[in-house]
Design a protein around this ligand. Sequence first.
Ligand SMILES: Nc1ncnc2c1ncn2[C@@H]1O[C@H](COP(=O)(O)OP(=O)(O)O)[C@@H](O)[C@H]1O
Ligand SMILES: [Mg+2]
Length: 462
Amino acid sequence: MPPRAKTVYRCTECGADHPKWAGRCDACGEWNTLAEEVAARAQRSAPRARGAATGATIGAVGVAAPVRLRDVRSARTARLSSGITELDFVLGGGIVPGSMVLVGGEPGIGKSTLLLQVAASLTAAGTDVLYVSGEESPLQIKLRAERLGQGDQVQLLCETSLEQILDVAGQARPAVMVIDSIQTTATEELEGAPGNVGQVRECAARLMRFAKSTGATVIVVGHVTKGGGIAGPKTLEHIVDTVLYFEGEGTGDHRILRATKNRFGSVDEIGVFHMSADGLLGVGNPSALFLGDREGRASGSAITALLEGTRPVLVEVQALAAKAGFGTPQRVATGFDGRRLALLLAVLDKRAGLSFAQLDVFLNVVGGLRMQEPAGDLAVAAALASSVYDRALPSDAVFIGEVGLGGEVRPVSQAERRLAEAAQLGFRTVYLSERARPKRTQEGMRVVGVGSLERLFQELFR
Ligand SMILES: Nc1ncnc2c1ncn2[C@@H]1O[C@H](COP(=O)(O)OP(=O)(O)O)[C@@H](O)[C@H]1O
Ligand SMILES: [Mg+2]
């Protein structure tokens, strides 16, 4: 008789096991994250014919031996173009054979669309792709392919059992396998519903082994929880080589693809897409997207030049400071860190004499971009001041700089590249730290060096 299945309580955040339920995970300190699970029945110590199950070809099963790097085959390490320029860019130059990529995002953001497009263009280019869906029926996927006008040659498997998937993949030997999604895939070795921590972790680990042993690239879709993380343990992100997040405003029709982890490239690059009836189209010049209408811009709007990876992108910040009702005034920031906003408000109060104590403050970064670079501080400060004074900023001006606690304006890196992008889009004045003044500037570009917020506001609102 097999031993009785043992129950463990596993943290959905960090994946730590606990013998008993508790309100708080000892390992990571999160509350209410322990979920009951049946521990694996298969004994870990028993020799497992892993290679056979996953179609592995390297070495004899169960015999470990070191290899010299020189002897490692590199014939298949050339990157594969996904056929989608923006995606290749975010991946750091294309798909790496034998790697595992996680694509996360909220439902409806366009993950399945993107991956069907990838599968379609890879198939059209003669690469074998297996598209596994546990979420949609073949008919649903066909309808999508018809809408996209591509992909009718894609090999499709609608299956949720990991063993079945690996069996089919072991025979078909695709160069790229798409799993849509990791939360609907389950192994028969573990009890528990698909999507629970143990299942997600085990499936991901087995798929990773498949990728490493066959040289196939496995792209898995992961749903995002309310907190913004991929449902299931953080360990999922630790297992895979590359984590991409697909994001965008629910109502807007553009999407941003961002790498948050990449073993084969930079994590700073973004790819920008436009969602249309024909699918996702790459946006070549993202700056235009993040700028609202230039003509007749109201007070409270300021433009900055951020560096998204190697790309300079111009972004519009909008601020609205309005008379607060009773109680604590509101502070609402979209696309900008709330604590950073609080800090800038305090600096504006203390160093530039602008009080927000009686004002509700709303801040919005146009276009659904998340502004993470401190270089955007100066534009945020300028937008806030512009709203308080109710005076529009010059429509041809760009603000670049980090704001310090003393109200000083700090220089930012690569000012020249940011200026070049601004000049290209027709901006004529740039406000930045005196110390960041570039040696060369574009013709017709006026560079105004400002040392502090006070100086900036004197310049703008005198
Ligand atoms: N006919 C259409 N025209 C434009 N956009 C569409 C159309 N049909 C679907 N979409 C877009 O595709 C999205 C669904 O994409 P999907 O790839 O299924 O998302 P996910 O897999 O991330 O849940 C919808 O939210 C919508 O924005
Ligand atoms: Mg989907």
